[in-house]
Design a protein around this ligand. Sequence first.
Ligand code: MFK
Length: 208
Amino acid sequence: MREAFVDRDILTGDDEAGMAALAAEVRALTEAVVRTGVASAEAASVAAEVAALTARLKATRRVHPPYGTVGESGMERQIANPVTGHLNPIAPPVDFKVSEEGIVRAEFTLPTVYEGPPTFVHGGVSAMIMDQVLGMAAAATGTAGMTATLETRYRRPTPLGVPLTVEAKASRVEGRKIYADGTICGPDGRVTVEASAMFIAPQTRPGA
Ligand SMILES: CCCCCCCCCC(=O)SCCNC(=O)CCNC(=O)[C@H](O)C(C)(C)COP(=O)(O)OP(=O)(O)OC[C@H]1O[C@@H](n2cnc3c(N)ncnc32)[C@H](O)[C@@H]1OP(=O)(O)O
């Protein structure tokens, strides 16, 4: 996976904060779009203004999304990650903390833009969040890998607009394979989603 980390611009301090503020506004815009009740003429007028803003941002483009400065983990931070990335408007974003025991945990609330069944979270969104938290739990063993398998068991509908808890931990490492399990719980503490995944670490090249 190391190759994925080369040739990235690294944002620091004010630059990262400015881009995060932009992403937060676009996130709010996205939620406003799916819930707005304005007439179509007003929607068309707003669309023209948004197109002008998009053109301003496209005036300068990076080859790849940037990373943030190296965190306490010693790893570059993927600030445009679609789950955790403050720079990515499609990320909720979810702020994970990793304990010394390797438990990865976050509390988060998902707005309407992630709706699947009426008033509940889309199952693919839950799977995406689980993939991320399980991957981070695997990485907490000291070895990150690519998701090879991801099994989700949807026990109950996951509600929108209320605090949810997600948690994961690696269960074992077998050679290049790292196994992890996790859950999403509703505000009542009951499990809504269980997931298990297996990650495969990159093959070590001779001399690498
Ligand atoms: C702090 C950082 C936190 C990061 C969190 C990130 C979370 C998000 C992670 C992702 O979303 S990654 C994106 C989704 N996953 C992919 O796109 C993976 C696509 N698949 C691949 O790239 C390769 O198939 C893979 C790297 C998974 C494996 O390729 P390899 O060439 O390294 O595997 P290889 O053929 O050498 O097989 C090694 C072992 O794994 C087994 N294996 C390989 N792929 C498998 C698979 N898909 N399912 C089950 N077993 C698999 C294979 O049978 C074999 O078992 P044995 O050693 O027991 O013989």
